[in-house]
Design a protein around this ligand. Structure first.
Ligand SMILES: CCCCCCCC/C=C\CCCCCCCC(=O)SCCNC(=O)CCNC(=O)[C@H](O)C(C)(C)COP(=O)(O)OP(=O)(O)OC[C@H]1O[C@@H](n2cnc3c(N)ncnc32)[C@H](O)[C@@H]1OP(=O)(O)O
Ligand SMILES: CCCCCCCCCCCCCC(=O)OC[C@@H](O)COP(=O)(O)O
Length: 218
């Protein structure tokens, strides 16, 4: 169990896109060129997010995930080996204390953490209101937040209709938001700012891309 295992996991998962006929169009790489620990926040539409995540995952970065994933067979084992921090969403007090510990570990071990602040998968067409843990994490560790947005999958993937076509996913890495000097009092405004930045990026990249490249052959 070590965050360094994410290098191997990343290189393996990066091949999956070819089987699914998916392409990634990434902008803002320069914003990930930040030294030391930081918190990445991104929107969460489905398990497909793992592909986009692995496409751009920086070194020494692991994720916060719901603890149910440990029981998901091989995927659970891979998550465990990659040092994923598991939280129990049914016990918010426990989840909070795990995240408070994580704010120390990330500094001690120079680890970056990826959090899905919506807290659950969402395909409603707008982002869900953000949970607060990711922002407490960044403020407690006094590290920057890097917001990342994945464009809507709705043009090629309709879960209810069981439709899956090939397509292009736009990933936009936004400039980092500094938290140096902020305290817990600043968290509501930090959340507000992050939410509006990400939601407007989400809407703009989701409308502007012509997605479906035709039906997938598989
Ligand atoms: C061929 C195939 C190969 C396959 C290979 C596969 C490889 C796979 C590898 C890798 C895959 C990785 C995949 C990962 C994907 C995982 C995705 C998920 O699981 S998403 C679900 C879990 N994520 C979250 O839920 C977000 C984090 N959640 C939070 O941050 C929440 O805030 C949480 C749980 C900590 C608490 O949630 P609350 O429901 O209680 O709501 P709140 O409003 O946020 O907080 C309530 C009060 O607690 C305070 N609070 C929250 N966090 C705090 C903290 N850290 N310190 C102090 N106070 C805190 C807040 O300020 C608030 O208080 P006031 O209202 O302000 O008075
Ligand atoms: C359609 C083929 C997909 C191929 C993708 C291969 C990678 C699979 C890795 C699975 C990791 C799943 C992580 C995930 O997305 O968990 C769901 C929770 O976060 C949110 O849970 P919920 O919506 O609150 O139940």
């Amino acid at each position: 169990r070590d965050v360094e295992n994410m290098r191997l996991i990343r290189s393996l998962v990066r091949h999956v896109k070819y089987f699914l006929g998916l392409r990634f169009d990434v902008s803002g790489w320069e914003h990930l060129q930040t030294e030391g620990p930081y918190v990445i926040i991104s929107n969460h539409q489905s398990s497909l997010d793992v592909l986009g995540l692995m496409e751009i995952l920086p070194d020494r970065c692991t994720m916060i995930a719901k603890k149910e994933l440990i029981y998901a067979g091989t995927v659970g084992l891979i998550c465990w080996l990659g040092g994923i921090v598991f939280i129990n969403r049914k016990k918010p007090n426990d989840a909070r204390s795990v995240m408070i510990d994580a704010s120390k570990t990330m500094l001690d071990d120079k680890i970056r953490l990826w959090v899905f602040p919506e807290g659950t998968r969402n395909q409603t067409g707008n982002l869900l209101p953000f949970k607060k843990g990711a922002f407490h994490l960044a403020v407690q560790a006094q590290v920057p937040i890097i917001p990342i947005v994945f464009s809507s999958y709705s043009s090629f993937y309709l879960r209810k209709q069981k439709q899956f076509n090939s397509g292009t996913i736009t990933i936009k890495i936004l400039p980092k938001i500094e938290t140096k000097g902020l305290t817990s009092d600043d968290i509501p405004s930090l959340i507000d700012k992050s939410f509006h930045l990400m939601n407007s990026s989400f809407l703009s990249i989701s409308n502007s891309v012509p997605h479906s490249n035709g039906p997938c052959k598989h």
